[in-house]
Design a protein around this ligand. Structure first.
Ligand code: MLT
Length: 266
């Protein structure tokens, strides 16, 4: 990959002061999914919400977005903000990136929030599907991905025509095709991160939607069994997007994490 592709300055928003907390969205979303948590938690910490490479308002160069590359982008953003150590919270692909960052720069991570994510690598069939979906996005645009994700991301009770559902669709359909392709190809290349989580020695919380069709509750429970002392919060009436489906429950879990880290870092 050329040096130029590696140089991406991420768009971000921040609110609040004190302990830095970086909230990483999943695929193919943007910082906007964390709006409720950013507002609610900024009384307790400095909440930083980037748009990952290829997503939201960040640049979308072509190429494979490995989880290592996406983690490097976030570390470079934190350098730019003079943040040497932060709590990292990752939603789904954001969690895969967090696990890559734990290998790259463990000393820079003060606490871990894993939201609707898991540590396993893809099976060969899933890798194939991701490459097909990457090609499709480059040929036809982002509509197919946005449309197919819509049937999977919410708990059954969420009205697919509601303003909330529409806002998630709008984020996905506006993700650049090169961003969709780059992230799909990068996720296909990710390794198993189970050992990374077994070695975790900072406070950690898992947030899992009970009705998550993309990453089932069984995977969240299996992940919890890997992490010493982790708190697993199972959120009722939530699917893959607990931060928007049940914002208060998600905020509460992350507030607990912030408190644990504040006590731990003293
Ligand atoms: C996400 O929400 O980031 C994706 O569903 C993760 C994935 O495709 O594995």
């Amino acid at each position: 990959m050329s040096e130029q592709v590696n140089m991406v300055e991420l768009y971000y928003e921040e609110r609040g002061q004190g302990l830095p907390v970086v909230l990483l969205h999943g695929f193919p979303f943007s910082h906007a999914i964390w709006q409720a948590q950013q507002a609610a938690l900024s009384d307790a910490a400095r909440i930083i919400t980037p748009d990952l490479r290829g997503h939201g308002k960040s640049p979308a160069p072509e190429g494979d977005y490995t989880m290592d590359l996406l983690a490097s982008d976030v570390l470079a953003l934190l350098d730019r903000l003079n943040v040497s150590r932060a709590v990292w919270v990752g939603h789904s692909m954001g969690g895969y990136i967090l696990m890559a960052a734990l290998r790259q720069a463990p000393d820079r991570i003060a606490g871990v929030g894993l939201v609707a994510t898991h540590p396993l690598a893809d099976a060969e069939e899933k890798r194939f599907q991701r490459r097909e979906s990457a090609d499709l996005a480059m040929e036809n645009g982002s509509g197919d991905t946005a449309f197919s994700m819509m049937s999977q991301i919410f708990a059954p009770d969420v009205d697919g025509t509601s303003p909330l559902a529409q806002s998630m669709y709008d984020i996905m359909v506006n993700t650049a095709p090169a961003g969709i392709a780059g992230a799909q190809r990068g996720m296909a290349l990710r390794p198993d991160s189970s050992n990374t989580l077994r070695e975790l020695s900072v406070p950690a919380v898992i947030v899992a939607g009970v009705d998550d069709k993309i990453i089932g509750l069984d995977k969240a429970r299996a992940m919890a069994a890997l992490i010493p002392g982790v708190q697993l919060v199972e959120v009722e009436n939530a699917g893959h997007m607990p931060m928007v489906e049940q914002p208060d429950a998600t905020t509460g879990a992350l507030r607990g994490l912030i408190r644990m880290v504040q006590a731990n870092e003293r």
